[in-house]
Design a protein around this ligand. Structure first.
Ligand code: C2E
Ligand code: CA
Ligand code: CA
Ligand code: CA
Length: 277
């Protein structure tokens, strides 16, 4: 009947309104996250597949607010990007991750590489390189122990002159990692013209690598091409032994995933590093 239709329509409006309200609250939380200590980092170890040793860790942004509790990055990162707040939050993460890693070195740990995700919004701001240079100097981290994770789609479709930008990053001495590889529409050919140190095969290829012949062949091709141009390969989202075996057989270099560890509070990471030193 006409009534039911009208009701449905009202419900639809209501849920849209709820979502709008939630986004508005999240925006407010993000705006005050640094000042209110509601932003922090978890670190996920990256493991050399042959030696089984931790070689580095990825810094992952976390927001926990009094109002909404723990928020998922898949929900708050897009809001941070749309509003431009990712510039400020991303700079905070970068500085904090560099400080943390430099501190580990000073405590006498074998040096690790810390990886930090960089949004396309950040990298396209004029002043990004200057900001990065400033953070390197201020924290005193040797640039080769910082890796910037930039997604394949950012490099292919969002940066005007990607080669020039990546070259100036390389000039600063930081490492560059191509994140979420395989999900975009890059040509492998394109890759060979970029100063890239690491390539991360996206979890969506890793998921079925032990069951789906096509996925395992794609992974193999990516690894071989990467190695031919001296690029290291990280498999992300590795969860099972079956996946690990395939990746070993295909000469993947580094694994990151729940099979080894979830992202950790800094204190938990330190405890693990202590136990393996
Ligand atoms: P990403 O860069 O691809 O990060 C890897 C994501 O996979 C992380 O999710 C990590 O917790 C998750 N992961 C790792 N191993 C496994 C596994 O074995 N199984 C499963 N199911 N998941 C695994 P997280 O922390 O929720 O982050 C999601 C995305 O949010 C990131 O994807 C990245 O795109 C973005 N993000 C996180 N932190 C930052 C940041 O500081 N800056 C920017 N710009 N983006 C960030
Ligand atoms: Ca990443
Ligand atoms: Ca990734
Ligand atoms: Ca991903």
């Amino acid at each position: 009947s006409k009534d039911t239709g009208k009701n449905k329509y009202t419900l639809f409006d209501k849920s849209m309104e709820d979502e709008l309200n939630r986004n508005t609250i999240i925006l407010e939380i993000l705006r005050g996250a640094i000042e209110n200590n509601e932003i922090y980092i978890k670190y996920q170890p990256q493991i050399n597949i042959i030696t089984n040793k931790i070689i580095g860790f990825e810094a992952l942004m976390r927001i926990k607010s009094g109002k909404l509790g723990e928020l998922s990055p898949s929900e708050f990162i897009p809001i941070a990007e749309e509003s431009g707040l990712i510039v400020e939050l991303g700079e905070w993460i970068l500085k904090e991750a560099c400080r943390f890693n430099k501190n580990l070195m000073e405590l006498g740990y074998t040096p690790y590489i810390v990886s930090v995700n960089i949004s396309s919004v950040q990298i396209n701001r004029t002043g990004f390189i200057t900001m990065l240079d400033h953070v390197l100097k201020e924290t005193g981290i040797p640039p080769k122990y910082l890796e910037l994770e930039i997604t394949e789609s950012t490099i292919v479709s969002s940066i005007t002159d990607a080669v020039t930008l990546l070259n100036s990053l390389q000039d600063l001495g930081v490492r560059i990692s191509l994140d979420d590889f395989g999900t975009g529409y890059s040509s492998l050919n394109y890759l060979t013209s970029m100063p890239i140190n690491t390539l991360k095969i996206d979890k969506s290829f890793i998921d079925n690598i032990s069951k789906n012949r096509k996925d395992s062949l794609i992974a193999e091709a990516i690894i071989q091409l990467a190695h031919s141009i001296d690029v290291e390969v990280i498999a992300e989202g590795v969860e099972y032994n079956e996946q690990l075996s395939v990746l070993k057989a295909k000469n993947c270099d580094i694994i990151q995933g729940y099979i080894y560890s979830k992202p950790l509070y800094p204190s938990r990471l330190l405890a693990i590093l202590d136990s393996v030193q």
